[in-house]
Design a binder for this molecule. Structure first.
Ligand SMILES: Nc1ncnc2c1ncn2[C@@H]1O[C@H](COP(=O)(O)OP(=O)(O)OP(=O)(O)O)[C@@H](O)[C@H]1O
Ligand SMILES: [Mg+2]
Length: 371
């Protein structure tokens, strides 16, 4: 898959900007605060219907405007498709694919794949386990779009169960209601756990090899799922019974808390490097390299299992990587379309394949160099 064109209107600092992208490496250079990251955010927004920053949607609209519009033309297998998003300070956003209104962001999210390597991604290593769950889920959704529906279904049941725990505990039908939702939650939860268990194992296999290369064989990664080894032959029926019992055992506590305290929404995924928990023991540079290994594993996994290749977004990452890692990263992405931001293009000095460099200045984007 590739992006042919992206048009931004009243988006962030841009009045209007049209970018024709090249098939391979696109480098957007420019001084600080010119809007380089904003371009990536616009492209990402087209793919996911949300920002990669934790911001309010209305913050994406140009500060003095009420509405913003993004149009992205993507091409897959020679077929061009058009994604349009309209953001408004007064109403909810509208998404259209080829002129047809799309009701759920879910539909958009499974439409085209983006892999990011942006400063925020280090949260996968540094912050709470929800970031690691989200990363694993994102990888699985990229491979199996149906997994997204499973997550949505699970969350709906979870919200229902939490509502019963909080507001219906005095009710006449409490026992029946809670039993029914516990059963459903255990059934769907076991399916999620099976997928996570399997794919954490697969991601680990990929990440071990890539990380060894990036660290001259010095660091061995391992991924831990709820303190257990990965289980490829996960038995859904057996495990939904196990989850059901756990939910039952915790019912009194959950009634006090007013929410469900066990289940895959609480799953614990830890990443170890040479048997040390990466969240606690690694240096900043090691954490960054580890993030890179995970992202490269995601790309390699898509490459091996999917027909459609992802578009890669890299925000200002080369300033923090040494020459060897820079070249390794560039070589890993050279067959894909990528959009890279950087204050300058010096990181390309050893790179011999095709690329295009743009310069962004005063809201204008000019092609500066290509080969
Ligand atoms: N909603 C908005 N309306 C107008 N301007 C905005 C809005 N949101 C952000 N900006 C401005 O956009 C500018 C460019 O931001 P961006 O993060 O894209 O810069 P950058 O080129 O990536 O810079 P750096 O090299 O420092 O990372 C910032 O000065 C910011 O204040
Ligand atoms: Mg930036």
């Amino acid at each position: 898959m590739k992006i042919n064109n992206c048009y931004l209107l009243n988006f962030r600092n841009f009045n209007n900007l049209n970018i024709r992208f090249f098939d391979k490496i696109n480098v957007i250079t420019g001084g600080n605060a010119q809007g380089k990251t904003n371009i990536l955010e616009g492209v990402y927004f087209s793919a996911k219907g949300k920002s990669f920053k934790s911001v309010k949607e209305s913050d994406l609209i140009k500060i003095d405007k009420r509405e913003s519009f993004i149009r992205t033309d993507v091409e897959s297998d020679g077929l061009e498709e058009k994604i349009e998003l309209k953001l408004s300070k007064d109403s909810s956003k509208v998404i259209r694919i080829n002129e047809n209104k799309v009701d759920t962001m879910q539909e958009l999210r499974t439409f085209f794949d983006i892999v990011t390597f942006i400063p925020e991604d280090i949260k996968i290593i540094k912050e709470s386990k929800s970031y690691r769950r989200d990363f694993i889920d994102e990888v699985i959704i990229g491979l199996l779009p149906g997994y997204n529906s499973l997550l949505i279904k699970y969350n709906n049941i979870l919200n229902q169960r939490n509502y019963i725990l909080k507001y219906k505990k005095q009710g006449r039908y409490f026992k029946e209601q809670i039993r029914a939702s516990t059963k459903q939650l255990a059934q769907e939860g076991a399916k999620i756990m099976r997928m996570r268990s399997k794919y954490i194992g697969i991601i680990e296999e990929y990440a071990i090899e890539i990380h060894k290369r990036l660290t001259s064989e010095k660091e061995i990664i391992s991924l831990d799922y709820n303190g257990k080894s990965k289980d490829y032959d996960y038995d859904i029926i057996k495990n939904s019974q196990v989850l059901y019992s756990q939910l039952e055992e915790n019912l009194d506590r959950d009634l006090n808390l007013g929410f469900t305290s066990v289940g895959p929404h609480r799953d614990d995924i830890s990443i170890f490097v040479n048997d040390m928990d990466s969240r606690i023991f690694l240096s900043q540079g090691q954490q960054r390299t580890l993030t890179l290994s995970l992202k490269l594993s995601q790309i390699k996994l898509y490459d091996d299992f999917k027909e459609v290749s992802p578009v890669i977004l890299l925000d200002d990452v080369f300033s923090e990587l040494d020459r060897e890692r820079t070249n390794y990263l560039l070589n890993s992405i050279k067959d894909y379309q990528s959009i890279i931001t950087s204050t300058d293009e010096s990181f390309l000095q050893d790179y011999t394949d095709e690329y295009r460099v743009f310069e962004l200045m005063d809201n204008e984007l000019k092609v500066k160099k290509f080969r």
